[in-house]
Design a protein around this ligand. Sequence first.
Ligand code: HEC
Length: 161
Amino acid sequence: MRKQTIAFGGLVLLIIGSLSLAACGTAETEEQPGPSAGDSAAVAETAGLPVRAPQGPIDEQLASRGAQLFKERGCVACHTIGGGRLVGPDLAGVTDRREFEWFYHMVMYPDSMIQNDPEARRLFAEYATPMTNMNVAQDEVVPMWEHVRLESSKGVKGASQ
Ligand code: HEC
């Protein structure tokens, strides 16, 4: 009699166990928007920006557009990427030193950055020239970032030319 109860108890446990396993299974499939949950985390990271920070491997097509923009927008007058300091700092590795968001703000609103951001103020103190607002369009910042990333990864001298 006692043995039977134990066996019965075991059976009940088994049933409960498989039920809860099944429940777990459904919960997992319901949660499956895992990848898009990751996406929304990436969006949240740059929540204040109208564009998304580039992620993953360098997009060479964007980078070559960025190279062109660097000339069109006059960045090359004051910056090299790996060719040393000009009017402004050498931008080699800036994409590792800075968050995309910071870079975005520096390129779009250098004046307010120099006034309000401690790092930009420090650079201004060092370079003694304010970076000029070059009227860069929102969607031009990502290509520029990719260009800097690509040239930085090459470590080529005068790469911004
Ligand atoms: C008139 C010269 C000038 C031009 C043109 C210019 N910059 Fe700058 N830039 C500077 C100076 C000088 C600094 C250092 C901060 C300061 O003194 O304002 C700087 C800082 C920066 C920084 C931060 C560097 C670091 O080490 O953190 C980035 C990024 C940057 N510039 C990108 C650009 C891009 C992209 C363009 C083209 C749209 C551009 N700059 C055009 C002069 C210039």
